[in-house]
Design a protein around this ligand. Structure first.
Ligand code: GLP
Length: 249
């Protein structure tokens, strides 16, 4: 994992958006894996700005979101589809049939999950997956003890007895590149366990230790629990220009 400690939350958002933008410019038919949550909001805001002011073109891009609530339609205020429409989709030039989010109203949930996996394969796999982390170390809706080999499936959330469809951990690990963002004190412990803790289904994000290309963007507060933080800073300070160019960071 590459750990990049940035001075401010704003830098975390701006850097993530810059990485996505560079990927889309280098390969207009990019397949993006998208996430929701408070963490990603400003990333979308910045991508919308880049689209408006710098002509960042999403017309050939395909997207797959990580997860969706079961039982809500895409226009429902609780739907993650609704979040995506409000924060991103309606502001950029993505083609409607290039957008994929699990259908929370599907009559056959197992089939919907299988079809979602198949659609990712048909699109050629995910080039760049954006991720956030839960305070308990979850990614997508893969809560602690989710199988590290899991694929897209239904999960039951507690408390609240809500049901969701989420990409599995193995699905996420198949993305060619993962960019994980975390900021604020609230995420300190989860970030430390993801990066420096043992690989365990108790911390689903620790599965990213198996992934060959993960960039973790954190602000000072989220980085404060990392034992090797000085080492990460030093490595990044000495990162060769060609690698910075390639990685966008
Ligand atoms: C949610 C989502 C995750 C997200 C995480 C953190 O439950 N399923 O994909 O990364 O929790 O959310 P936030 O960014 O709001 O802190």
């Amino acid at each position: 994992m590459e750990i990049v400690v940035l001075p401010s939350t704003r830098d975390v958002h701006a850097t993530a958006a810059r990485i996505v933008a560079a990927q889309v410019r280098a390969r207009p038919a990019t397949v993006l894996g998208l996430a929701t949550g408070v963490t990603q909001q400003s990333v979308y805001e910045e991508l919308v700005r880049l689209h408006r002011d710098d002509g960042l073109d999403f017309s050939a891009v395909t997207t797959f979101n990580l997860d969706e609530f079961i039982g809500v339609g895409r226009g429902h205020p609780d739907a993650l589809h609704h979040y995506m429409t409000e924060h991103f989709f309606r502001h950029v030039n993505l083609q409607a049939d290039h957008i994929h989010i699990p259908d929370g109203l599907a009559a056959d949930i197992d089939r919907e999950c299988r079809d979602y996996e198949a659609a990712i394969q048909t699109a050629g796999g995910i080039d760049l997956q954006l991720l956030g982390i839960g305070e308990d170390g979850h990614i997508g809706f893969n809560e602690p003890t989710s199988s590290l080999g899991s694929r897209t499936r239904m999960k039951t959330l507690v408390p609240g007895d809500r049901h969701v469809i989420t990409m599995g951990i193995a699905t996420i690990l198949q993305a060619r590149r993962c960019v994980m963002l975390a900021w604020g004190e609230r995420k300190q412990a989860a970030v430390a366990r993801m990066v420096e803790g043992p690989l365990t289904s108790m911390v689903p994000a620790s599965a990213l230790q198996l992934h060959p290309r993960v960039t973790v963007l954190v602000d000072e507060l989220a980085a404060a629990g990392l034992k090797l933080v000085d080492y990460y800073r030093e490595v990044h300070r000495n990162k060769p220009a060609w690698q910075r160019e390639r990685d966008g960071v």
